[in-house]
Design a protein around this ligand. Structure first.
Ligand code: NDP
Length: 329
């Protein structure tokens, strides 16, 4: 396993990590979660990602049970949670969602209980909250750090401007600013990582824990032969995700990427994940898996990175044609 420092911080994250969105509680039970986290940990994965909203709190509870059962040395792994949507779904009342001091503080306490942890290594603002002053967010996160309940804080799917506003406030009051952003990043979703955030990387040295490296499974290639039962796009409540990705022009590109991967002697998931971590601004790519075969295959992506030479990268660009166009001079 390779480890990368998270932005300007001292924290070292495994370049491949493991998350629980959709899968924990909705698709897999404690037994499989235990098996998958065990495989990941044994191969050097040290970061496990979670959020209050995943399976409405049940995902954190499941991960908490697994961590308790594993009894790994607490100093050997990093666990995160995220606040924004609350965990009560349609029953959420005012103050049970968003980024107010009240919700961030209570969400942190509740996540610690569900995960059975004394502290979170990383606590994310899952989305920006336009209704809360950025000063309130930064002060709250700073206080949670001072209280020892969280060690680092980050953002997820914030704009470059919103992240820089947080840094402006942090600099102004000598507070600890966001150290890490969690954006989507894969061969079909590139603008934030390869355009919008470039100046933030340069000025603030932000780490990134990127999500959906396989575009929810599209970049495994399996959807080119239809939507099989039990797969993510077949789940009820996820039509929006299926509609987002199951597009003819994308499936055609996936087919061509698959041919390229075969020629290189690697699988398409390995090619796609290796491509993500080839970007030095990626601290870690969070993997998702419902089966141990998937995870074992995806963890081998590290071995595929050296195969992505300039020629291969250009062939990939020619296929996907998603590279953000930046002004030249
Ligand atoms: P991926 O894009 O890698 O999708 C993972 C899913 O694809 C698996 O659950 C599985 O689904 C399928 N899959 C994975 N590997 C293979 C394989 N080798 N062959 C066939 N199918 C495969 O990542 P996720 O979308 O799961 O995101 C990863 C993590 O990122 C999440 O767990 C979460 O922690 C984080 N995240 C954060 C978000 C945010 O807003 N901050 C949003 C979304 C995710 P199946 O078997 O069901 O088809």
């Amino acid at each position: 396993m390779e480890y990368r420092r998270m932005g300007k911080t001292g924290l070292q994250l495994s370049v491949l990590s493991f998350g629980s969105w959709v899968t924990f509680h909705k698709q897999i039970d404690d037994y499989v979660a235990d098996e998958l986290m065990g495989i990941a940990y044994d191969q050097g994965v040290n970061f496990f990602d979670n959020a209050e909203v995943y399976a409405l709190g049940e995902s954190e509870k499941m991960m908490g049970r697994v961590l308790k059962n594993k009894n790994w040395d607490r100093t050997s792994y990093i666990v995160s949670s995220k606040a924004f949507w609350g965990w009560r779904g349609k029953s959420n009342k005012p103050n049970q969602t968003g980024l107010s001091r009240k919700h961030l503080t209570e969400a942190c306490h509740e996540a610690l209980q569900r995960l059975q942890q004394d502290y979170l290594d990383i606590f994310f603002c899952h989305r920006p909250d336009k209704n809360v002053p950025i000063e309130e967010v930064v002060w709250t996160m700073n206080v949670l750090i001072q209280q020892g309940k969280i060690l680092y804080w980050g953002t997820s799917e914030w704009s470059g401007v919103e992240i820089m506003e947080a840094h402006r406030v942090a600099h102004q009051y000598s507070l600890i600013g966001p150290a890490v952003e969690q954006p989507q990043y894969n061969l079909f979703e590139r603008n934030k990582m390869e355009n919008e955030f470039l100046m933030v990387f340069r000025t603030e040295g932000m780490g990134t824990t990127i999500w959906s490296p396989l575009a929810s499974g599209l970049l495994s290639g399996k959807y080119n032969i239809g939507i099989s039962e039990g797969s993510r796009f077949a789940l009820s409540g996820f039509d929006w995700l299926k509609d987002r990705w199951m597009k003819e022009h994308l499936l055609e590109k996936v087919k061509q990427l698959n041919d390229l991967a075969s020629n290189l002697g690697i699988s398409l998931p390995q090619l796609s994940i290796a491509w993500c971590i080839k970007n030095p601004n990626v601290t870690t790519a969070i993997l998702g898996a419902t089966k141990k075969e998937q995870l074992l295959e995806n963890l081998k992506s590290l071995d595929a990175v050296p195969k992505l030479n300039d020629e291969v990268l250009q062939q990939m660009e020619d296929i996907v044609q998603t590279k953000p166009v930046l002004p030249e001079h």
